[in-house]
Design a protein around this ligand. Structure first.
Ligand SMILES: Nc1nc2c(ncn2[C@@H]2O[C@H](COP(=O)(O)OP(=O)(O)OP(=O)(O)O)[C@@H](O)[C@H]2O)c(=O)[nH]1
Ligand SMILES: [Zn+2]
Length: 206
């Protein structure tokens, strides 16, 4: 059995173009299955709308991290960079309902000072969030692509999220937050560096 957490990171070359026609037909079918009339006035445009929404919500399937993680070399900064509280919206692959929260992403650049723009860290989170996901894989993918593409000496990614599949249905535990982390390189081998990152993540807001 394949391990769903370690699902291969399919690149955009492995993913066919979004099939609007097929998505619309599927939504029409789903509406019929729940006992609705897909032809009634209020629902007539819904399949097309949902198809467009899903194209947007899964756009990360058709993007590669190299597309967003462009690098710049000229700052000569080789110490920790951390962006915290990056807003996150993703979709749980088990129920196709959202999970939402924040990501904290930090890295220690390569000695060459190979760094990326701050917004690119948020774009990277978005890229992996806009796929059917589990929180663990999302966390891992963000960490691993930073290590690889930036040759970072260390990376920490912490994601705190609320899963609507646990809130609006099923076990119904509003407010329960799931926290996942992925720690790589120096952040793993040096407890002092990791403690510094965690202190920055948890320092008072505002
Ligand atoms: N590990 C992990 N589990 C998740 C994530 N998102 C949703 N789940 C869980 O996936 C599980 C799916 O369990 P199943 O028993 O197959 O499905 P279900 O009958 O709908 O489960 P309930 O939600 O307990 O009603 C549930 O326990 C969800 O809470 C995630 O990001 N990571
Ligand atoms: Zn779910």
């Amino acid at each position: 059995m394949t391990d769903p957490i370690a699902a291969p990171d399919r690149g955009p070359q492995d993913v066919p173009a979004f099939d609007h026609e097929r998505a619309e037909a599927a939504v029409r079918e789903l509406l019929a299955a729940i006992g609705e009339d897909p032809d009634r006035e209020g629902l007539r445009d819904t399949p097309a709308r949902v198809a467009r929404a899903y194209a947007e919500l899964t756009a990360g399937l058709r993007m590669a991290p190299e597309d967003v993680l462009t690098t710049t070399f000229d700052l000569g900064h080789d110490e920790m960079v951390l962006v915290r509280d990056i807003e996150l919206w993703s979709m749980c692959e088990h129920h196709l309902v959202p999970f939402t929260g924040v990501a904290h992403v930090g890295y220690i650049p390569a000695e060459s000072g190979k760094i990326t723009g701050l917004s690119k860290l948020a774009r990277l989170v978005d890229l992996y969030a806009k796929r059917p996901q589990v929180q663990e894989r999302l966390t891992t993918q963000v960490a691993d692509s930073l290590m690889e593409i930036l040759d970072a000496r260390g990376v920490i990614v912490v994601i705190e999220a609320e899963h609507l599949c646990m809130t609006m249905r099923g076990v119904r535990k509003a407010g329960a937050r799931t926290i996942t982390s992925a720690v790589r390189g120096l952040m793993l081998s040096s407890p002092t560096t990791r403690a510094e990152a965690m202190a920055l993540i948890h320092s008072p807001r505002g």
